[in-house]
Ligand binder design. Structure first.
Ligand code: NAP
Length: 244
């Protein structure tokens, strides 16, 4: 299935590393103009070198006013990927207010100002749009020691559905992808212990974790016209875990 994003402009958050970075590269290779948003400037510089023409914005998305300011003159965007997130491992009894606030600020709250800026422009221009929020299998699976992360992603699933419901009349589709473990920096931090990984893998019918490309392909599909009738969906990219 060929997907072209020629003539479209995309914005990807958390674009410095992992899934976000590969999403930028895939969108760029498919003809989109891309704005890459992340918080480590070296990552953005190397990305712009790899993909000439990619615009970069360096901001901490956990800071709402700074995010609004950084994106205030971003211009028209047709495709948005809200991907940035953090995952802190903490037993429930050790969760602090700071770690809760920080996680929700990035994983859930930041989706609001970024999407508001993009959506207002779409509505002003009278164009359709597609938004993909990168959620997680953790939104639906109780994983020990990451209660805050799981809750932030469960909230993101529901925000996705309400956004889809409100924005459908404007032909703005909003979906999320819900991957299982992917061995990015985040995945390695939590799943490098082979014993722990084996227990999880045994519950995945396909018997493997997801590759970054599996997630990127899901995101591109939901961004594209190939999914024109899909909105408000959570696309499980979990090798069958949730259905087993
Ligand atoms: P990653 O390798 O840790 O990359 C995350 C990217 O987001 C980094 O570039 C990071 O920048 C950026 N970011 C984090 N906090 C930010 C902030 N406050 N402001 C701006 N940028 C920020 O993670 P990943 O595995 O690619 O994860 C991408 C998405 O997939 C996340 O939403 C994650 O929850 C989801 N996901 C991941 C897995 C997995 O196993 N990896 C599974 C399911 C879902 P810095 O490096 O500068 O912090």
């Amino acid at each position: 299935m060929e997907i072209s994003f020629k003539g479209q402009r995309a914005l990807v958050t958390g674009a410095g590393k992992g899934i976000g970075r590969e999403t930028v590269k895939a969108l760029w290779a498919s003809g989109a103009e891309v704005v890459a948003v992340s918080r480590t400037s070296e990552d953005l510089e190397s990305l712009a070198q790899e993909c000439p023409g990619v615009e970069t914005v360096c901001v901490d998305l956990g800071d709402w006013p700074a995010t609004e300011e950084a994106l205030s003159s971003i211009g028209p965007v047709d495709l948005l990927v809200n991907n940035a997130a953090v995952a802190h491992e903490q037993p429930f009894l050790e969760i602090t207010q700071d770690s809760f606030d920080r996680s929700f600020a990035v994983n859930t709250r930041a989706v609001i100002p970024v999407s508001q800026i993009v959506i207002r422009q779409m509505i002003e221009r009278g164009v359709p749009g597609s938004i993909v929020n990168v959620s997680s299998q953790a939104s639906q699976t109780a994983l020990k020691n990451v209660a805050v992360y799981c809750a932030s992603k469960a909230a993101l699933d529901m925000m996705t559905k309400v956004m889809a419901s409100e924005l459908g009349p404007q032909k703005i589709r909003v979906n999320c992808v819900n991957p299982t473990v992917v061995m990015t920096r985040m995945g390695r931090e939590h799943w490098s212990d082979p014993h722990k990984a084996a227990g999880f893998l045994s519950r995945i019918p396909l018997g493997c974790f997801a590759e970054v490309d599996d997630v990127v392909n899901g995101i591109l599909f939901l961004l594209s016209d190939k999914s024109a009738m899909i909105t408000g969906s959570c696309l499980n990219l979990d090798g069958g875990f949730m259905t087993s």
